[in-house]
Design a protein around this ligand. Structure first.
Ligand code: SF4
Length: 561
């Protein structure tokens, strides 16, 4: 089976030391990316680790497909215990960093401890350098990127940077790469901040050589020639359909459709798009570089989730205002979905929906933990009581846009996902919107057959995150193509995904997660039945992984215990 090669580089920020560990057996079993990161964090981080403590380990991992030039492979993975969900969580970013990390020759890079002062770590195939950067305290992502380029000639496609949001340990701070691509969900930027790690840079000439079959070229050609609406409008292309289906969260989730949708839909974004945007080597090019000269804003996106959070959910009907919010989040290093949703919670508490000046001001206040920004920086789950609003989150993770109240399989996914109410964990919505080929489609309403399908989708998404293959490759990747590309039976590949999900759950169980955490803040028919069927399909008991369902090589006690 195709898998990462190269050792693990451990960077101990306490003493500015490094060590290399052979991880061939882990890479063989977990491929790379999220699977490998999950295995390493599971086995090497104490089960009771404080997400913001030095004992938390932050693992950056690329995957074996990043040695190819196939479309849909310009992504990479980062894993740690999340300060937002308190569970083991991986975040996946697009951009260009994945191949540059592969160039170092390492299979993964792990950070532990905490530096005594703000530090940049430079990793190449020739070694690791620690650079104290106290002068960058409070610097935004573009300011830090400019420093690295001016002082070191390192372009932003070789960097992972935090902004003030990460330094101030905002629980949903992002790690930014190429200034506009984010390891967004789950607050891994705060983990970097807790370690006083301002940036990681990577590079070298030691990318492993891997024979990639001709199928990769076929996929690349199809991605280049296909006329797909996402190439023009990205994920926002689904907004009109969601709104028509009564499935567009609006006014802090109190409504499910938005009168101002025309101002923030796919056409509105396309009108502001000024060039093609893509990730490394990807001919699908679904990204959205946008600008509005009149108001002096240039950004990438916003994507559907951000249009929901800062648009309909905040009562805002002008795409340029959403673009400004998006740019501010990237600049300060904040997950734009969680920032928008948390601000929407505040707008509800103040009856201030649609106040764009306030919204833009709050983004900076959250990043700096200034005034009410300090409360909001804790996220909806921890702040909603103080705000006097409902808790629209699962396991601490606020909701993505795809509306579980009409897409019941997606709702089941939100309830049971180890990452909480995030859409990319299973992308179940993609089989419930009436967009897919008849043989793949499921009726959005009801639970029939959803649990088994959810297990398959979670495993497939974990496989994609480990490979690493972008989830937007869904119209191009068939089981046969996975088999050809990865040199293994599809069943064997899906088992990698299953092991990854199970390890995440086991780690979280050891932190106290169980059936009570698999829940939703709203009712849908037969949710309990769906959850029970899901546990049965997984072989879990009451949301807990029994010893016999653990992968054979699992450390039941973490090595740090
Ligand atoms: S499909 Fe879009 S998000 Fe995925 S790798 Fe290609 S450009 Fe990036």
């Amino acid at each position: 089976m195709l898998h990462n090669t190269g050792p693990l580089l451990t960077v101990d920020l306490d003493g500015s030391t490094t060590a290399e560990t052979d991880i061939e057996s882990e890479s063989k079993r977990y491929i790379g990316g999220r699977g490998l990161g999950t295995k390493l964090v599971h086995d090497r981080t104490p089960f009771d680790a404080d997400p913001l403590g030095p004992e938390n380990r932050l693992v950056f991992a690329t995957g074996p497909m990043q040695t190819s030039n196939m479309s849909f492979t310009g992504r990479m993975s980062c894993t740690a215990v999340s300060p937002l969900t308190d569970g083991l969580l991986s975040s996946n970013a697009g951009g260009f960093m994945s191949r540059n990390l592969a160039d170092t020759g390492y299979g993964a890079i792990e950070f532990t401890g905490a530096a005594g002062e703000l530090t940049v770590v430079h990793v190449t195939d020739e070694g690791c350098e620690f650079e104290p950067v106290p002068g960058l305290e409070g610097a935004t992502v573009p300011e830090t990127a400019a420093y690295l380029e001016e002082e070191h000639g390192i372009e932003s496609d070789r960097t992972a940077i935090i902004g003030p949001g990460g330094e101030n340990e905002v629980r949903f701070a992002s790690i930014m790469t190429t200034e506009e691509r984010a390891f967004g969900r789950g607050g891994l930027g705060a983990v970097m901040g807790s370690k006083n790690l301002k940036a990681l840079t990577v590079g070298g000439d030691s990318r492993p050589e891997v024979d990639v079959p001709a199928t990769a070229a076929e996929i690349h050609r199809e991605a280049a020639t296909d006329d797909h609406i996402m190439k023009r409008q990205g994920t926002v292309s689904v907004l009109e359909l969601a709104n028509e289906m009564d499935g567009l969260p609006s006014y802090y989730f109190s409504e499910q459709s938005f009168d101002g949708a025309d101002g923030i839909n796919g056409d509105a974004v396309e009108e502001k798009k000024y060039k093609k945007g893509t990730c490394s080597a990807c001919a699908f090019a679904c990204k959205l570089p946008t600008r509005d000269e009149a108001r002096g804003v240039e950004t990438e996106g916003p994507e559907f989730e951000v249009v929901m959070a800062f648009g309909s959910n905040s009562g805002v009907d002008d795409i340029v205002d959403v673009m400004i919010s998006n740019e501010l989040c990237d600049r300060y290093g904040l997950d734009a979905i969680s920032t928008g949703n948390t601000i929407a919670a505040y707008l509800e508490s103040e009856a201030a929906f649609g106040d764009t000046e306030l919204i833009h001001e709050l983004v900076g206040k959250i990043a700096r933990r200034e005034g009410v920004g300090d409360t909001l920086a804790e996220g909806i789950d921890r702040a909603h009581d103080e705000l006097g609003v409902g808790n629209w989150s699962v396991k601490g993770m606020d909701f993505a846009a795809h509306e579980g109240r009409i897409l019941h399989g997606q709702a089941l996914s939100y309830a049971v996902a180890n990452r909480g109410a995030d859409h990319m964990y299973a992308t179940f919505y993609s089989v419930e919107y009436p967009l897919v080929a008849a043989e793949d489609a499921m009726e959005p309403s009801g639970m029939d057959g959803k649990a088994d399908r959810l297990v398959d989708r979670e495993n497939l998404m974990a496989l994609n995150d480990s490979g690493i293959v972008c989830k937007f490759s869904r119209d191009y990747m068939t089981p046969e193509r996975y088999e050809t590309l990865f040199g293994a039976d599809f069943e064997e590949l899906m088992a990698v995904g299953a092991r990854t999900v199970t390890l995440e759950r086991h780690f979280n169980n050891r932190r106290g997660f169980d059936r009570a955490d698999d829940t939703l803040p709203y009712e849908i028919p037969e949710l309990d039945r769906g959850i029970e069927e899901y546990y049965e399909a997984r072989g879990w008991e009451n949301g807990v992984v029994p010893a016999e369902a653990l992968p054979g090589d699992t450390a039941v006690e973490s090595s740090a215990d």
